[in-house]
Design a protein around this ligand. Sequence first.
Ligand SMILES: Nc1ncnc2c1ncn2[C@@H]1O[C@H](COP(=O)(O)OP(=O)(O)OP(=O)(O)O)[C@@H](O)[C@H]1O
Length: 624
Amino acid sequence: MEKKQFQAESKRLLEMMVNSIYSQKEIFLRELISNASDAIDKMYYRSLTDENLQFEQDKYAIYVQADKEARTLTLRDTGIGMTKEELEANLGTIAKSGSLAFKKENEIKDGHDIIGQFGVGFYAAFMVADQVAVVSRSVDSDQAYLWQSDGTDGYTIEPAEKDEVGTTITLYLKENGEEESFDEYLEEYRLKQIIKKYSDFIRYPIKMNVTVSKPKEDSEEEYTEFEEEQTLNSMIPIWRKNKSELTDEDYVQFYQDKRYGFDKPLEHIHVAVDGAVRYNAILFIPENTPYDYYSKEFEKGLELYANGVLIMEKSAELVPDYFSFVKGMVDSEDLSLNISREMLQHDRQLQLIAKNIKSKIKSQLKTMLKKDREKYDKFYQAFGRQLKFGVYNDFGANKDDLQDLLLFHSSTENKLVSLADYVSRMKEDQTHIYYATGDSVERIAKLPQTEMVADKGYEILYLTEDVDEFAIKMLREYDGKEFISVSSADLKIDDDEKAEQETSEEDTAMFSKMKEILTGKVKDVRTSKRLKTHPVFLAADGDITIEMEKVLQAMPDNQHVKAEKVLELNGNHDVFASLKQAYGQDDEKFALYTNLLYSQALLIEGLPLEDPVEFTKDMCKVMV
Ligand SMILES: Nc1ncnc2c1ncn2[C@@H]1O[C@H](COP(=O)(O)OP(=O)(O)OP(=O)(O)O)[C@@H](O)[C@H]1O
């Protein structure tokens, strides 16, 4: 059977490609510069085997020049150039990559400097130009050729004049339309911006004549303008340098040049991995919380480079949410890019890198916590909240990774403490980790429910942020020790006091009466095992504590989740005696006392009084 070739309608294909592959037109410049860099790299590789060819690094450069009058943008390189046949094959055939072929022919396994592989990047020029002229002279030929095309009607090739080996590409920019202007690609600042963004780390200098103004010699107010050739890219990616060559200032400079933040980095992590996946990364932990950090506007992610060429400005997949404060970049030669280089084909490599990065950040933070506590405290102040969200989110999937990075206020220490610190200080008879919640350390320290635990000499973690208790509940335990709130019904303290406070039958009847008075407000009334000097306290039975109720109520999608409140009374307090006296003798007084005790308990918990006017009236009744 006769086998037929597919016929490609090149014109249509080119049109489709030009208009659908790339999401941003500015990319054309990245593609042409990458081609120029590849062409110079090929000269380098050629010089390794060709004795007649000397590769002198400083002879090689890429020149960019705009001509506003002619509305042209020209790129010139001193690379390997193309013969007539190569022009035809490489620029006349879509998806034919001379660079990929070069890599294969020369068996360049570590040919990681060569960027091109798909054979389409060049055509990105037609997104901004309606006519492209390429004059090229190959290192293997004395004759130069001009390749020309309008991107729709094929191309022409004819002999041309060119003194030096290399390639000059001239783009005749499209006319400005109503919605689109192409003039921006003639503006110096714009070209500089695009080059800096995508091609900053191309290894050869990208040069442009730029207009500079200087004060005139004899006057400070008058300026003269003149042209100066400037190199626009930094060329050497600092992440490829050896760590020992770099100073802290170099990293700060990089952080600021890249505008990762307006602050200074608190810490940097320089990674060079050469294993199952090869990559370099420079990661930063900023000093300050970005103003929009805890808002929806904040976008996490690291810059992603493939061979020094920017692929993505914010690759979110590279950092987990709980480390979303980390800024920086990753460069890898092992990424399977898609044709536009804007995305990755499949993200196995990316996942590997992300996993690796996660553990690097974690271990760096652990080291900081251990070795430089002051710095860690600073970090924790800025981003600790995010770590706690990390413990809570995803149903606690990451809690093991994060639990050792958490810090909390403490009843016994005048500083934030880690869970490991706490456990190391636990008393011999202590089986649980105690915590108390409230708006501030000062307020928690005064809470009646902390009395008993504190009296036992047990340390109490003070949870002051809304997310704290949710994170603790998600952790459930640390090092085999369960967390327990000082407000919980059973404090797990075996004590004789328990026996002391057994409830008598008479008290039970009195509590039922109180429950009746407080219908809908409390689930139960009972004597407290934990109160020492205070008369009353509002406990919560069940999983939802009063602090959690407060947080949930404040959320926009308030689910009306309520804690099961229990009024606990101190049986040893004088107030309890007064209450007992009123019970059965003076119903009005008994109701008054009950309501007042309940209101006091609400106030201690930081809960709003249901009826402040009624409360003051009750107070007055007691006073007169
Ligand atoms: N400035 C140049 N000097 C020498 N050869 C070039 C130049 N520009 C392009 N070429 C040749 O043309 C081929 C096609 O270029 P094109 O940009 O379309 O694809 P590519 O660079 O190979 O791959 P990619 O689509 O991944 O960028 C290149 O592989 C290269 O052989």
